[in-house]
Design a protein around this ligand. Structure first.
Ligand code: F6P
Length: 360
């Protein structure tokens, strides 16, 4: 029997979404299955339904194209994320409506592409008896059970490029320059871009910082004749004993939006050191543009794995990267906790060996 599978995206976009759509649709076509894109996130499955048949000839060029041809949504009836790795249970009627919607579209299974919030919805769908598999998507790299999520490498490349540019102007003007990067409650982007971009200070959510520590690093550099300093600040970084900096909490039951911490850090560092200090919030530039080669390969392998999981009826599982191969884990395992930078891992120890200040 010909299968017809649905591809649905939830949450924020990131580079590589189209590459996953392409990989799933190509691998499905090879098995003689049809692929239907759900437009605008999970709600596209409900009335009035919003879908798009993914014809093979339309997949050309998708590997490198940023954004998503299907659109996505991180609000509405399928919004499950409420806080730091926390999700709420959605009403059973919603899954009943979803099942009816899938039946009407003739869908035998769903590929849900998302971060921890959207994957928690996929897990609830699975518990409600809907045949679904997951693909881990987020620039934050904070989904458990996989060493990498797609989109992350592209965000790190963007932040690294920004640091390279900040370096030259920081040196010319002998300034302290701060770059605030995304990542929510995980410091992966800050840590990787900071190391790749030769930062002197990297502030991550996992390690609360003190101004004494940051200013001591600047003073030590000054003493060595290095009159500029590059600081990478994760949007979720916070001072010891302090709280996260948020820029908005626009709806009840929605996760607060992090952002703005670099302005506070810049002010305080300038006040304490007397150095000219500037900050840049990189923002959504990290989510735009074409995926890196690493992300393209990851997206291709994730897409192929998702189709394989459907073919073998391993529902409730998510494609996952284990360093030397792509396998799968249960969705339940993937959403159990957020993946954060381990304090006893090589990122932290290498940074410390090199004398990079981590704010503590
Ligand atoms: O989860 C991805 C992410 O880009 C975070 O790094 C960031 O905090 C958030 O989404 C921004 O969300 P929005 O696009 O809703 O502003």
């Amino acid at each position: 029997m010909t299968k017809r599978i649905g591809i649905v995206i939830g949450g924020g976009d990131c580079p590589g979404l189209n590459a996953v759509i392409r990989a799933v649709a190509k691998a499905a076509a090879k098995r003689g299955w049809e692929s239907l894109g759900i437009v605008g996130g999970y709600e596209g499955l409900l009335e009035p339904q919003h879908t798009r048949v993914l014809h093979y000839h339309e997949l050309d060029g998708l590997l490198t194209r940023g954004g998503t041809i299907l659109g996505t949504a991180n609000r509405g009836r399928f919004s499950a994320k409420t806080g730091h790795g926390e999700h709420r249970a959605l009403p059973p009627e919603l899954f009943e409506e979803t099942r009816r919607g899938m039946e009407k579209l003739g869908l035998t299974a769903l590929v849900a592409i998302g971060g921890d919030g959207s994957l928690s919805i996929a897990q609830q769908m699975f518990e409600a008896g809907i045949p679904v598999v997951g693909v881990p998507k987020t620039i934050d790299n904070d989904v458990a059970g996989t060493m990498l999520t797609f989109g992350y490498d592209s965000a790190v490349a963007c932040a690294t490029d920004a640091l390279d540019r900040l370096h030259t102007t920081a040196e010319s003007h002998q300034r302290v320059m701060l770059l605030e990067v995304m990542g929510r409650y995980a410091g992966w982007i800050a840590m990787s871009a900071g190391m790749a971009g030769g930062a002197d200070v990297i502030l991550i959510p996992e390690i609360p910082f003190t101004y004494e520590s940051i200013c001591a690093q600047i003073a030590e550099r000054e003493a060595r004749g290095r009159h500029f300093t590059i600081i990478v600040v994760a949007e979720g970084a916070r001072p010891l004993g302090g709280s996260f900096t948020t820029c908005a909490s626009d709806e009840m039951q929605r996760e607060a939006r992090l952002g703005g911490v670099s302005a506070y850090v810049a002010d305080e560092v300038a006040r304490r050191t007397g150095k000219e200090t500037r900050y840049v919030v990189l923002g959504h530039l990290q989510r735009g543009g074409t995926p890196t080669n690493i992300d393209r390969v990851l997206c291709t392998m994730f897409g192929a794995k998702a189709v394989d999981l459907i073919a073998t009826e391993q529902f409730g599982r998510m494609a996952a990267f284990f360093g030397d191969h792509v396998g799968s884990v249960t969705l339940a395992e993937a959403i159990r906790e957020l993946s954060t930078v381990p304090l006893d891992g090589s990122y932290v120890s290498s940074a410390r060996e090199l004398g990079i200040c981590l704010g503590d």
